[in-house]
Design a protein around this ligand. Structure first.
Ligand code: HEC
Ligand code: HEC
Length: 288
């Protein structure tokens, strides 16, 4: 309830006339200098909105006509023009030829690193180390589809098991849940583990060996070292797309997950793809 405006006898300040349960509100105005600065900033922001395009509506310009995007454009253009001679040279060469020229190689590694961070790191990790769940490391010397310059370039251009590109790498591991009994799947998994000396049941591995030679060797090679043309990874090492314990191997054999990678040919400039191939090849395990 508003009461009478009066002086508070303890502080000597006016009250606002508001009172709650006997507590009265003092009227302490803001310092004048503060208030004027505050008004000045409001006035400034109004002027700024008129002069510069600060309304978030496409096409609205300030009276100055200045737009950050347009101011940046010539700089980007100049940057591109500076890079163009190098990019044109790279476009005309294969990744192996680029890597053989020290100047182009340095340029390709720098450009490839940035393109990798922008386009590939989400799936393959910032350093190409891969990620659990089917995203292979590109920094080791195990290659599912081949680690030569040309093989890497082909994989990047066309992708893997995607419907958008007819030249995509493709290979389909059958779902053995429909063909083998759970006991046979257990045995063949035991044999797969024995290839990297981690088997625990020699008798089961012995039974699984026959199934492996009949069913799996065509894509994974009789010794399990993999067949790049079939996209069948090496099963005799410690590198796993989907996990190397018995349960994971059995799950993959029963119902394989097939990794998918987009094709980049239509999305990235050919020079960028070549630079990426040089960069990926240099991550660690590039083959001749
Ligand atoms: C959406 C996720 C995704 C993105 C983005 C992606 N990849 Fe992949 N990439 C994969 C998967 C999944 C595989 C493995 C497919 C398989 O199981 O065969 C793969 C495989 C590869 C391989 C083959 C590896 C081998 O061992 O043969 C290369 C090379 C590769 N990617 C390079 C790249 C590059 C370079 C980029 C960026 C331009 C990129 N990837 C972007 C998911 C991705
Ligand atoms: C038609 C070819 C083909 C046949 C036959 C085949 N595989 Fe595969 N296998 C593949 C491909 C391709 C992959 C990789 C899947 C991917 O890249 O996502 C794979 C992946 C695997 C993996 C996962 C490897 C990892 O790194 O995680 C295991 C385990 C495996 N196969 C075991 C077998 C066994 C056991 C058999 C026989 C019972 C078999 N495969 C038969 C093509 C085949």
């Amino acid at each position: 309830m508003p009461t009478k405006v009066e002086k508070d006898h303890l502080t000597g300040t006016d009250t606002t006339g508001h009172e709650w349960d006997g507590l009265r509100e003092l009227n302490t105005p803001l310092p004048k200098w503060w208030l004027y600065v505050f008004y000045a900033t409001i006035a400034f922001s109004a002027v700024w909105m008129i002069v510069y395009p600060s309304l978030p509506i496409w096409g609205v310009r300030g009276t100055s006509g200045w737009v950050a995007r347009e101011a940046l454009a010539p700089q980007l253009e100049a940057q591109r023009a500076r890079q163009e001679p190098m990019l044109a040279r790279i476009r005309a060469l294969t990744p192996a030829q680029v890597a053989a020229d020290p100047e182009l190689r340095a340029f390709a590694l720098a450009g490839g690193r940035i393109a990798f961070a922008n386009n590939c790191a989400a799936c393959h990790g910032a350093g190409g180390q891969g990620a659990v769940g089917g995203f292979p490391s590109l920094a080791d010397d195990e290659w599912i589809w081949g680690g030569s310059f040309d093989a890497i370039q082909h994989t990047i251009r066309h992708g893997i098991r995607n419907a958008e590109d007819d030249d995509a790498r493709t290979s389909q591991m059958p779902a053995y849940a429909a063909m083998l009994t759970p006991a046979q799947i257990g045995d063949v998994a035991e044999y797969v583990l024995s290839l990297s000396n981690r088997g625990t049941d020699a008798a089961a591995a012995g039974r699984g060996r026959e199934t492996f030679n009949e069913q799996c060797a065509a894509c994974h090679a009789p010794n399990g070292h993999g067949v790049p043309e079939q996209g069948g990874p090496n099963l005799a090492d410690q590198i796993w797309l989907y996990g190397g314990d018995k349960a994971s191997v059995m799950r993959q054999v029963a119902n394989p997950r097939m990794g998918v990678m987009p094709a980049w040919a239509g999305r990235l400039d050919p020079a960028t793809i070549t630079m990426l191939a040089v960069f990926v090849h240099a991550l660690g395990g590039g083959e001749q």
